[in-house]
Design a protein around this ligand. Structure first.
Ligand SMILES: Nc1ncnc2c1ncn2[C@@H]1O[C@H](COP(=O)(O)OP(=O)(O)O)[C@@H](O)[C@H]1O
Ligand SMILES: Nc1ccn([C@@H]2O[C@H](COP(=O)(O)OP(=O)(O)O)[C@@H](O)[C@H]2O)c(=O)n1
Length: 226
């Protein structure tokens, strides 16, 4: 029997719209690999902070864009991320890295390097892969079989995000989130944007389970049509 072609799913959108939780669950249900591209940008940012790079200077960032060896594990049940062999899954989620990642991810040399990595991981996924990020449908995998763009109100997104961190302030979380959206959407190279052929899903009033079911149905339709 002929092996079915791999299915490629791109899930983009701003912070707190449900990209990670949806992508992991959809990939696990359908037996696909999973790639969190935000974690890769966080990992390179973590390396730069650790190595004392001046993150206000795009030239300094560009000069070391190729230095860190970033490896992503793509099992949706246990995704991993290492930098030069060190597990950085925890350290890449600090407020410091979160506040600095947009400055690093805006540098074209960084994007070129990480985009290459993402494409080679997607190419290697035999059954298929769910890739989540900001520019997957527009730039990284423009030929994806299915593109989803998740949205939600800033209030809902901030409430979800601060729900993850004990004692966090919803207002401050919302301000930081809106500032990061603005930086990510206004950068010159590959900004956060909805691809013309992406399906937009507003998750504000939906449960996570409803979003997962919606995306699983769309992937199954695409798979059946292949
Ligand atoms: N539709 C939803 N309704 C309520 N909470 C959700 C929904 N989708 C995701 N969440 C929760 O919101 C938080 C952020 O979700 P996450 O998947 O990390 O978003 P993103 O990857 O877009 O930043 C998580 O704690 C997640 O469980
Ligand atoms: N495809 C992507 C994914 C993330 N990023 C950058 O990485 C940052 C962190 O992404 P993330 O998905 O971990 O963000 P959260 O959803 O966790 O808030 C974003 O704010 C962007 O600056 C990007 O530029 N392109």
């Amino acid at each position: 029997m002929e092996t079915p072609a791999a299915v490629i799913v791109a899930i983009d959108g701003p912070s707190g719209t449900g990209k990670s939780s949806t992508s992991k669950a959809v990939a696990a249900q359908l037996g696909l690999s999973y790639l969190d591209t935000g974690a890769q940008y966080r990992a390179i940012t973590w390396w730069m902070v650790n190595n004392g790079i001046d993150l206000t200077d795009p030239t300094a960032i560009a000069a070391v864009a190729g230095k860190a060896d970033i490896v992503s594990g793509t099992d949706p049940a246990a995704p991993t991320i290492t930098v030069d062999g060190t597990d950085v899954a925890g350290p890449i989620r600090t407020t410091e890295v979160t506040s600095k990642v947009s400055a690093v991810s805006a540098v074209p040399e960084v994007r070129a390097r990480i985009t290459d990595l993402q494409r080679s991981i997607a190419k290697g996924a035999e059954v298929g892969i769910v890739v989540e990020g900001r520019d997957i449908g527009t730039t990284v995998l423009p030929d994806a079989d299915l593109k989803i763009f998740l949205t939600a109100s800033p209030e809902a997104r901030a409430a979800r995000r601060s729900g993850e961190v004990k004692g966090s302030d919803v207002k401050a979380t919302q301000e930081a989130l809106v500032a990061r959206d603005k930086a990510d959407s206004s950068r010159k190279t590959s900004p956060l944007a909805k691809a013309g052929d992406a399906v937009e899903v507003d998750t504000t009033e939906l449960t996570l389970q409803q979003v997962i079911e919606c995306v699983v149905t769309l992937v199954e339709e695409k798979r059946a049509a292949k």
